[in-house]
Design a protein around this ligand. Sequence first.
Ligand code: G3P
Length: 214
Amino acid sequence: MKFFIDTAEIAEIREASAQGLVDGVTTNPTLIATSKRKFKDVLLEICEIVKGPVSAEVVSTDCEGILREARDLAKLRDNIVVKVPLIAEGLKAVKTCAEEGIKTNVTLCFSPTQALLAAKAGATYVSPFVGRLDDVSENGMALIQQILTIYRNYELKTQVLVASVRHPGHVVEAAMMGAHVATVPFKVLQQLAKHPLTDLGLARFLEDWKKVPQ
Ligand code: G3P
């Protein structure tokens, strides 16, 4: 399973890259706003660090506007993937992007039918938001299983990008289901490496090492 990092913070991207955990990056308007920097400045700096796919989201909601933004973003760097909302106008734009060779990440997916439509439109990735479904008492990971089953049934090429990941359990389930990618916040990426028995074991080894004649 590929790991993308879900952030626009350069320091987080650098640190996680050094740990070998960044196959790509996803951003969204909220994450860009949190960085307090200009959209394209952040995007280009991210692309300097990460050569894998970097998702950049459009803010238009009509097909023409989405396409204008998509073409503009795709021109910036080869590895930019245009993030498009899962609405009817978005699907129309995704179809044209596919025809023009522009990679897309169809975002804000909350149902298996939406995911099926994204794949039929030619999306490169679909982003189901598992955490936000859990937040409203639905089962985010059950949606991932449904989408993977549907895509496998018809050999659809769109990759399932598990988004809105909130804890390591989401990552474990995504990997067990065979999801193509999980986009994970920095904090959760760090949690993945943690185990109390590792810390206890290491402390004991280091303590015992002091008894060894040097
Ligand atoms: O980037 C999209 C998604 O990962 C957002 O996650 O935590 O805001 O629901 P969250």
